[in-house]
Write a protein that binds this ligand. Structure first.
Ligand SMILES: Cc1cc2nc3c(=O)[nH]c(=O)nc-3n(C[C@H](O)[C@H](O)[C@H](O)COP(=O)(O)O)c2cc1C
Length: 368
């Protein structure tokens, strides 16, 4: 454990919630709120987490679980654990090393890091700083030339897949950001687009909302998914699907994977909880493409529940950001180690020696 984690580790950070609490003390209020918040009344944010209580793990006994393995593959890439990193913007707000620390932490844990379009370190600098497996999350700009330029740069820099976020035609209303006047401090930029997509100068409320409405395209449709596939050789993953019919359409369009997600409750506030959506989407997709999910994952039991409901792997957003805030790269590793340990224990107690044995019958709805 690095020295940076010293004080925080004295507090014995045993759960993801402990990391959140430590981060809350360390971060400026506006930054903590930006990371924590959901949209509007935060119903979807709460639902994401609470919905896991609707499921029980119907554990098996007398299975040899002496050497549990969390290893698996995602789109053919070996990962040591079925927990990948969700894209999250502006990570230098959480820690000076920002996206570099998160990418390095993910690489050390032998899992996949996803870089947001709106990162505070450029995609080239992240690639130079970490040789681990990386995906690039894409927003579609009104200027398709700019969008294509991002795709080409991600390809050149060695990113292994494009994660097209499809649940953000406009930014959901995040009251905390409006109240605090979300902005980037001097010296911090949307590094991938420096000099290309200008920051609005006159805006009220949140810079994030003003920037996205100036530059992102709310008219994106399935045609643009086909366009994206036509300009890249990278696998395309759609992130933000919650409906079985949208998922089936995505499979028909030839996407390689889907992230079942409601954007961590930050977009449509009355969206279904991700874990409920996963159960329905998995049934419709029926193995025709790989499924990932994110939203509300805060412990190993949640991960095992998602695997049993049909996810190839889960992704985590805030959990890792709390680790980043508390200890940079060491904090990211600490959170991933924590989740991996919890997942191993859940697997052992549930009679699952490996992730493949997390079959659909391992999970069922609670009757009460
Ligand atoms: C601070 C923050 C920033 C985010 N930025 C992005 C982003 O730039 N692109 C994106 O597709 N999703 C973004 N998301 C959504 C995450 O990728 C992910 O869907 C969500 O955080 C998962 O829920 P969880 O935080 O409960 O794990 C962001 C989420 C948070 C908390």
């Amino acid at each position: 454990m690095g020295e940076e984690m010293g004080d925080a580790m004295d507090e014995k950070l045993l759960t993801v919630d402990d990391f959140e609490e430590a981060a809350r003390h360390l971060l400026p209020r506006a930054t903590y709120s930006y990371i924590r918040a959901g949209a509007d009344e935060e119903r979807a944010l709460r639902a994401n987490r609470e919905a896991f209580s609707a499921y029980e793990l119907w554990y098996r006994v007398l299975v040899d679980v002496a050497s549990p393995s969390t290893a698996t593959t995602v789109l053919g890439r070996h990962v040591s654990l079925p927990i990948l990193i969700s894209p999250a913007g502006y990570q230098r707000l959480a820690h000076a090393d920002g996206e570099i620390a998160t990418a390095r932490g993910a690489a050390r844990a032998a899992t996949i890091f996803t870089l947001s379009t709106v990162s505070t370190v450029s995609l080239e600098d992240v690639a130079a700083a970490s040789d681990g497996a990386k995906w690039f999350q894409l927003y579609v700009y009104k200027d398709r030339g700019l969008t294509q330029w991002l795709v080409e740069r991600a390809e050149r820099a060695g990113y292994e897949a494009l994660v097209l976020t499809v649940d953000l035609p406009v930014v959901g209303r995040r009251l905390a950001d409006e109240r605090h006047g979300f902005h980037l401090p001097p010296g911090m930029t949307i590094a991938n687009l420096e000099g290309r997509a200008a920051m609005p100068e006159d805006f009220e409320g949140s810079l994030l909302t003003a920037y996205f409405s100036a530059h992102l395209d709310p008219s994106v449709t399935w045609k643009d998914v086909a366009w994206l596939r036509s300009i890249t050789h990278l696998p395309v993953i759609l992130k933000g699907i919650v409906r079985p019919d949208d998922a089936s359409r995505a499979v028909d369009e030839g996407v390689e994977a889907i992230v079942v997600s409601n954007h961590g409750g930050r977009q449509l506030d009355t969206a279904p909880a991700s874990i409920h959506a996963l159960a329905e989407v998995a049934e419709a997709v029926d193995g025709r493409c790989e499924l990932l999910m994110d939203g509300g994952i805060c412990c190993g039991n949640d991960v095992l529940t998602a695997l049993a409901l049909g996810a190839r792997a889960v992704m985590v957003g805030r959990a890792v950001l709390w680790g980043l805030a508390v200890g940079g790269e060491e904090g990211v590793i600490a959170v991933l180690d924590l989740l991996a340990g919890e997942l191993r224990r859940a697997m052992v107690l549930a009679g699952c020696p490996d992730v493949a044995s997390a079959s659909r019958d391992l999970v069922r709805r609670r009757s009460s």
